[in-house]
Design a protein around this ligand. Structure first.
Ligand code: FAD
Length: 423
């Protein structure tokens, strides 16, 4: 199983001896090794990944972002290029199955860098890469991996995940899509609401129940949009994330082969919850990307471009406060997000970290994007600058992948488990 930290090089000081470098499983004593650990780029491979994606995002992704937002269209050709030219699909998949064999930090880097320029396009990437590809790789057997991974890794097939339903979102264990066994198949009936990539997707991981009376016994399936009984409803019209499609999926007596069972019957809940953790940390990373871009825009505008009363805007205390608080807030959230991702892998649950990172980063991004609009005044409110789009996009991050209220609820649940005294 991958996404492991790889060759993370860390320097520790031991009380009885000198410093040692820990490289993978080896420890090498050193006398004056420099402190090289970088939380945001822990290895050379992470640094290189960031450079490649930052270049592509600031050029190619930025160029199309406004147009696709205005047209409310998903740029499917550009999406396929992420797989075919950049190898950005399957970052957490092992090399044996064609992936990059990287980790949650790599996912955070890509989501952050792309969201600086186009969060909506990045949301579609997240649904494909994290909600489908990572989820499938971690939970599938080798036959399923061999069948489904090649198409989603080269981008010829698009993936997504269906958990939310018309009547349940936060109360996800109340889902009511039912799967009934019929020989070597399961027959699915139900609907999934607000599904990212729902309109274009070829493959989805879908959560259902074999027994509708049970709350915790959930079963997951790999579903193909070509199956009889699979129907897509209308594309939703949204306030933000317009360049990413959102649609209802209907399953009407849809037959799914039994070999497409992703987890053993009734045991899909833990894989669902575990995948929600990496989803939350990547949604948090998207918030960081949005905030960093807003800081770039407001700082350049206030320090270099706009003057009032014969001074640059950055000379005014109230503007300084908006800028300084945005910067400090963003830096704190960024450290939390990377620190959480560093401690996230398929063998270790980190629900408290993921919920905390998402709660802090998403609220921060909304504040920072709003501050950027305020600093730019009228120019912030119109579309000449990207900050109004970034605020619209940022708001989704406090809702998707679990609302902020759900994050507060989860954090309290974890704190109770940690602190509650036995009665
Ligand atoms: C653009 C977009 C893309 C999405 N993509 C996907 C996707 O790809 N796959 C997928 O499965 N889902 C997806 N979702 C769904 C998303 O995860 C849900 O919208 C979210 O989990 C909230 O569920 P809900 O909308 O049903 O709100 P509800 O659960 O109805 O909540 C409504 C309000 O009540 C609050 N609330 C609910 N329960 C409690 C409680 N116990 N205590 C306090 N407050 C509570 C909520 O926080 C919220 O403020 C997407 C949504 C959007 C908008």
């Amino acid at each position: 199983m991958f996404y492991q930290a790889g060759l993370v090089v860390t320097k520790f000081l031991f009380p009885t001896g000198g410093p040692v470098l820990i490289v993978g499983a080896m420890s090498i004593p050193v006398t004056d090794a420099p402190m090289t650990f970088d939380l945001f780029n822990p290895t050379q491979a992470h640094q290189e990944l960031r450079e490649v994606i930052a270049r592509f995002a600031s050029g190619v992704i930025e160029e199309q972002a406004r147009e696709y937002d205005e047209q409310e269209k998903f740029n499917i050709d550009l999406f396929r290029r992420l797989g075919q030219e950049l190898g950005l699909f399957g970052l957490t998949v092992s090399a044996e199955f064609g992936g990059a064999e990287m980790d949650a930090i790599a996912e955070v880097i890509v989501h952050e860098e792309m969201s600086r320029f186009d969060p909506a396009f990045t949301l579609s990437y997240l649904a494909h890469e994290v909600l489908f590809v990572n989820n499938l790789f971690i939970n599938a057997n080798d036959d399923q991996r061999r069948k489904y991974l090649p198409g989603v890794l080269d981008g010829s097939r698009i993936g997504g995940m269906g958990m939310t339903e018309p009547s349940v979102g936060t109360d996800v264990l109340g889902l009511s899509t039912v799967a009934t066994r019929k020989g070597d198949r399961f027959v699915l009936n139900g609907a999934k609401q607000f599904i990212t990539n729902g309109y274009e997707g070829d493959y989805f991981i879908v959560y259902a129940k074999l027994d509708n009376n049970s709350r915790r016994e959930i079963t997951s399936f790999i579903v193909e949009s070509s199956y009889d009984g699979f129907k897509v409803g209308k594309k939703e019209e949204k306030m933000g994330m317009k360049a990413s499609s959102t649609a209802v999926l209907f399953f009407e007596d849809m037959e799914v082969p039994a070999e497409n069972l992703l987890s053993p019957e009734n045991q899909g809940m833990s894989s669902m919850m575990r995948n929600l953790e990496i989803e939350r940390v990547t949604l948090a990373a998207m918030s960081i990307g949005i905030a960093l871009r807003c800081i770039d825009v407001m700082a350049d505008y206030a320090i270099n471009d706009r003057q009032a009363f014969g001074k640059h805007l950055s000379a005014f205390g109230q503007i300084q406060r908006l800028m300084a608080e945005s910067y400090a807030d963003c830096m704190a959230a960024r450290a939390l997000v990377y620190n959480t991702a560093l401690r996230m892998n398929p063998h270790e649950r980190n629900s408290l970290g993921a919920a905390s990172a998402k709660l802090v980063a998403t609220q921060m991004a909304e504040r920072v994007a709003r501050n950027a609009i305020q600093v730019l005044g009228g120019y912030g409110y119109v579309r000449e600058y990207p900050v109004e789009r970034l605020l619209r996009d940022a708001i989704l991050l406090s809702i998707g992948g679990g609302t902020n209220e759900a994050m507060q609820k989860n954090i309290i649940g974890d704190l109770r488990a940690k602190y509650e005294r036995a009665q």
